[in-house]
Design a protein around this ligand. Structure first.
Ligand code: HQG
Length: 182
């Protein structure tokens, strides 16, 4: 499968495993899983025919490991980034002392006042290193990287989870834990 098609299938999977499963007649279970067979059939019915091998290829080469296949139960889910109501059942995890958030200048005034909020997602997404945060911010323009005092947040009772692909998730980040680093 060429790169262009791989990206196209990945975007299609993100759309339907994170945001709009009902659009192709899928129902995710409470933890976000759906049977691989059901997904392939739904995709075919909606004009996106791919083989199981192609699906496995897209999952395996995905640049951010966005999807997981549970081979025992033959189910697939997005590892994070949902807007539909799912409970990923990730255990609370102690974060490293610092985490990072990539954004752009136009959001800064509002972030300084109200802190980081989940916006369209379930959680605020934080990166374990500056490089990753820079890439996240750069999706929207010139990246600005904020350092998050995750150690202090954790001591103050904020709960963190880490997704299967290494993205740190928390409900919100009040402004006092944020420092602009760029
Ligand atoms: C901003 C991608 C104003 C926030 C990435 C960001 C990541 C505020 C935007 C993952 C704000 C939300 C998540 C406030 C937050 N006022 N702006 N109070 N609080 N913001 O896309 O973190 O490709 O929902 O800075 O790589 O950019 O989907 O979150 O600019 O891992 O797998 O509001 O999405 O991964 O944007 O990105 P998003 P994000 P995938």
């Amino acid at each position: 499968m060429d790169e262009l098609r791989t990206v196209k299938v990945s975007k299609y999977l993100s759309r339907h495993l994170r945001h709009q499963p009902e659009r192709i007649g899928l129902a995710l279970d409470p933890q976000g899983w759906v049977a691989v067979m059901d997904l392939l059939r739904a995709m075919e019915r909606h004009g996106m025919r791919i083989s199981r091998a192609e699906l496995e290829h897209v999952v395996a080469v995905n640049d951010k490991r966005r999807f997981t296949i549970d081979t025992d139960r033959d189910q697939i889910r997005a590892v994070q980034g949902h807007s539909v109501d799912v409970d990923l059942a990730l255990p609370p995890t102690t974060p490293p002392a610092h985490l990072y958030h990539g954004t752009v200048a136009r959001n800064l005034a509002s972030i300084r006042t109200e802190g980081l909020r989940p916006m369209g997602r379930h959680h605020v997404h934080l990166s374990p290193d500056r490089e990753t945060a820079t890439r996240v911010g750069a999706r929207r323009g010139r990246a600005l990287v904020l350092a998050v005092d995750a150690g202090a947040m954790h001591r103050d009772g904020h709960v963190f989870h880490v997704s299967d692909n290494g993205v740190w998730l928390t409900d919100s980040v009040p402004p006092r834990y944020l420092r602009c680093t760029t």
